[in-house]
Write a protein that binds this ligand. Structure first.
Ligand code: MSP
Length: 521
């Protein structure tokens, strides 16, 4: 296999199906979608995986309290809730893995058998606190008066004969890995936290449970089921053919995708991904993911959203009012990825109006209206403006380097700054004044062309973030016929000025970002 045939492989966490998606889980998934769309528009081959985490006590108890068998509960939530919400949010994942699928369960069992044969699994007794909300064995520092610090709920005291994984044996190697590859765990604050956790001494991990049976049976001891996190982490590899026979489709897929380029996770699940997961892979002699990136939490009223706090906001509550693209845009634009951020209707309304409706939407509708009025609806002769063209090149390269480094906010800012620059150009040039005197026709057409080509570039750069709206603009500019599909436009080529050909027909499309008060009526 040649190195360039490796896909850019990005994963989201797989979500517990104890409940429907909320804006916190949608935040991770949208970020993954934007990043993978961006990489596709860099011309790379991409594989984007998301899915659901269906085993364990948390999901089992959600099913039980709804009086439904766990498999039926999971099927219902996945089909009626998770998949439709991702579709509504325009998420273009390549695969969706469910941990109750045979393809996953079989590969987990095979992996576990391999680890046992290699001497990394032994039987022992676990005694200690466990939080069902986190599905995690807790350390004294994780508790506050017997309650989990994340969920605020009391922990269970477990005492069981379990199978253990020799996690502690890998600690020196993992520490060395982060020394050699600091980029493997980001942002730096997350890496520091992981390193001090590793340095504080890590114990072996109980990887099976015997008190309930909603899980993958341990192959050599079917009275036990695999611990839900051990099962869940493996999804990233089982979904792309982990351990399949050499030469099979699965094995080839694995060669093309593994190791993952980015595991996107929320900061609450960092340790699983940056400590346990690398140890599991090391034990199986598999390459480690290139990066685990921990983003912050969306807070509502200063607190992380959770089922127990009943402060969850469904994505539709926001998209019904602002539209899907504004939702996709807002969180990545407003909150530095990696930091916590509070959601507020006021801030979202303000940005919607100033950045999306005024700076971007109005620019597009004014330009189309002026080309219709002054140029019979046809793109005028190709023109060039050095200042705009330089500003575009800078915006495109800043956005590209920021977004591939998962700094969405800086990337989007660069694009929006360019949009503001184009608005400034139109205000300075005053095409509506030029249009009053036929002697200015060349100058007028030049201004309109430059604005149109700038909008062509804005549509391409904003496409990964707002796919549907930019598609409407692309159609309006007549670019589908002349330049081809918007999703096929390359980021690396976006700065080449003058791509819109003379004579293409522009058409007035739907308003890109309708005024909010009209929508609320
Ligand atoms: N099932 C595990 C993940 C297994 S991955 C091998 C899990 N599921 S979860 O549904 O509880 O959370 C999934 C992701 O959503 C986590 O990355 C978590 O950080 C993220 N979020 C949940 N609430 C969130 C916010 N309020 N804000 C931002 N992200 C949030 O953990």
């Amino acid at each position: 296999m040649s190195a360039d045939s490796k896909s850019f492989y990005l994963t989201t966490p797989i979500y517990y199906v104890n409940d429907a998606p909320h804006i916190g889980t949608a935040y991770t998934t949208v970020a993954g979608d934007v990043l993978t769309r961006w990489h596709r528009q860099r011309g790379e081959s991409v594989w984007f995986l998301t899915g659901t985490d269906e085993h364990g006590q948390k999901v089992l108890s959600a099913a039980q309290s709804n009086g439904v068998a766990p498999q039926e509960w999971c099927d219902r939530l996945v089909e009626e809730s998770w998949k439709p919400v991702w579709k509504d949010l325009n998420i273009a994942n390549d695969d969706f893995i469910r941990t109750t699928e045979p393809r996953h369960m079989e590969r987990v069992q095979r992996f576990l058998t391999g680890l046992k044969d290699a001497g990394y699994i032994y039987s022992g007794k676990y005694e200690g606190p466990y939080c069902i909300g986190c599905e995690e064995f807790k350390l004294p520092a994780d508790l506050d008066e017997g309650r989990c610090k994340v969920h605020g709920t009391p922990v269970e005291i477990l005492s069981e004969e379990n199978w253990f994984f020799k996690l502690s044996a890998f600690v020196p190697q993992i520490l060395q890995h982060y020394k050699d590859h600091p980029e493997a765990c980001e942002p730096a604050s997350a890496r520091n936290e992981v390193v001090s956790f590793l340095e504080s001494g890590v114990e072996d991990l109980s990887i099976s449970r015997s008190t309930f049976d909603w899980g993958i049976p341990v192959p050599w001891d079917t009275k036990q089921v695999v611990y839900v996190w051990f099962d869940a982490l493996l999804n990233y590899a089982t979904a792309v053919g982990l351990g399949d026979e050499a030469g099979s489709d699965g094995a080839q897929k694995f060669l093309r995708t593994w190791p993952a380029d980015v595991h996107l996770v929320g900061k609450d699940i960092l340790r699983f991904h940056a400590v346990i997961w690398p140890a599991m892979l090391m034990a199986a002699n598999l390459p480690l993911p290139k990066k685990v990136f921990a983003h912050g939490w969306l807070l509502v009223g200063g607190e992380k959203m959770s089922k127990s706090k009943a402060n969850k906001i469904a994505p539709s509550e926001i998209t019904d009012h602002f539209g899907v693209d504004a939702f996709r845009y807002y969180f990545l634009r407003a909150i530095p990825f990696g930091s916590d951020g509070s959601f507020s209707w006021e801030d979202m309304s303000a940005r919607y109006t100033s950045e999306l409706a005024n700076d971007f939407g109005n620019l597009a509708s004014r330009l189309i209206a002026m080309i219709e009025k002054y140029c019979d609806g046809l793109i005028p002769a190709v023109a060039y403006d050095e200042t705009l063209s330089n500003a575009l090149s800078l915006a495109a390269s800043t956005a590209d380097s920021a977004i591939v480094a998962l700094d969405f906010q800086t990337g989007i800012n660069a694009i929006i700054d360019f949009c503001k620059r184009v608005n400034g150009y139109v205000t300075e040039q005053q095409p509506w004044v030029l249009a009053k005197d036929p002697a200015n026709v060349v100058e007028l057409e030049k201004v309109l062309y430059n604005t149109a080509d700038a909008l062509r570039a804005l549509a391409v750069l904003l496409h990964p973030i707002m796919p549907a709206t930019t598609e409407i603009l692309w159609e309006s500019l007549g670019a589908n016929e002349t330049l081809g599909e918007i999703s096929k436009q390359l980021i690396g080529d976006v700065g080449r000025w003058g791509q819109l050909p003379k004579g293409s027909k522009v058409t007035k499309g739907a308003v890109l970002f309708p005024r909010l008060e009209e929508k609320a009526e």
